[in-house]
Design a protein around this ligand. Structure first.
Ligand code: TXA
Ligand code: MG
Length: 307
């Protein structure tokens, strides 16, 4: 794939929105760092983000929207989180809130959690893309996993040229450091970033420490697992088990009948939820440990770990 360089004029913005609408990947400037954007409702597009970054695990991603009204289609805000949006949006603050009914986001974006991290970026190019696309955009930093976050289009291309559809030029990022993340009840600081803790606490009072309270969503990330027992690398199911398949052959649900790891990643959380609802142990077919398969196996191993 050749990565297009788009300029931030009306035609470049329209092309970027069009690529997103077709399930493609577009890196775009935000005021913090360049984000690698994909339609947050399209599991396959989100799976491609993980593949392009070469991430060895699935973390939930931040969903970018144009304004609070759009954010409320996906998340439920209370008085305290609303006060934060009034003070800091648009800007470098991401807020983790409970998912709204009928949100329509891919489960790969939330990593199967009941919460979502939402952010309204301030950068005019990010704003223009989000307004034109008129939908939620999942966007982690646009760098290969383990490398430094990009603050110019050149940084993005150095890491991801040939792996993404386009980079939309928005110049150098002003903040140069990812957004601050808060969430949970009581509200906790989940990641330090572009808005200082002190400024947030002027609105909220003292923030809880992430992980210090059972409801801090940062903890749920590592604890998410189906209720059912999981048996990995199963070549067939026992009579009482449901089989989560990969590749051709009979099974209860198939991650990908034609062994496509992007499709498998896109289906992973939704299929686990569906099988979990059947109240049977789950046998999981072997998944090759290459490319996105490593992230899939990482998640399955956590889900299968004794609790
Ligand atoms: O500045 C930024 O925030 C950049 C630019 C591109 O906007 N984006 C960014 O996104 O850093 P991302 O997707 O890499 O941030 C992911 C982090 C996760 O590692 C996790 O810490 C947190 O956001 N997160 C996302 N959803 C969460 C959830 N439901 N509960 C707890 N933490 C969550
Ligand atoms: Mg990053």
């Amino acid at each position: 794939m050749e990565t297009q360089r788009l300029t931030s004029d009306a035609s470049g913005i329209a092309q970027a929105a069009d690529i997103l609408a077709r399930g493609g990947l577009v890196a775009f400037a935000t005021e913090t760092v360049y984000g690698l954007g994909a339609d947050a409702r399209a599991g396959t597009a989100v799976a491609r983000v993980y593949a392009a970054k070469g991430r060895p695990s699935f973390n939930p991603l931040i969903v970018h929207v144009a304004d609070l009204k759009m954010a409320q289609l996906y998340g439920i805000f209370d008085a305290q989180t609303l006060a934060l949006t009034a003070r800091f949006w648009p800007g470098p603050l991401s807020i983790v809130v409970p998912l709204a009914p009928g949100h329509g986001l891919s489960e790969l974006v939330t990593a199967g959690l009941e919460t979502v991290a939402l952010r309204v970026p301030k950068h005019p190019v990010a704003q223009a893309v989000l307004t034109q696309f008129d939908g939620p955009v999942a966007a982690p930093s646009a760098n290969p996993s383990g490398r430094i976050s990009p603050t110019t289009p050149e940084h993005v291309l150095a890491g991801l040229a040939g792996k993404i559809d386009a980079v939309l030029n928005g110049g150098a990022c002003r903040v140069g450091l990812e957004s601050t993340i808060v969430g949970g009840i009581p509200l906790a600081l989940l990641r330090q970033g572009g808005v200082s803790q002190e400024r947030i606490e002027e609105i909220t009072g003292p923030l809880a420490k992430a992980g210090s309270d059972i409801t801090a969503p940062g903890q749920l990330v590592s604890h998410y697992a189906p209720r059912a027992a999981l048996r990995l690398n199963a070549t067939s199911a026992e009579p009482d088990e449901a089989l989560l398949g990969f590749g051709p052959g009979p099974c209860d649900l198939n991650l990908s009948a034609n062994e496509d790891l992007v499709e498998a990643a896109a289906n992973l959380f939704a299929h686990l939820h569906t099988l979990d609802a059947q109240d049977k142990p789950i046998a999981v077919a072997p998944i090759p440990n290459t490319g996105l398969g490593r992230a899939i196996n990482d998640r399955l191993k956590r889900a299968a770990a004794p609790r």
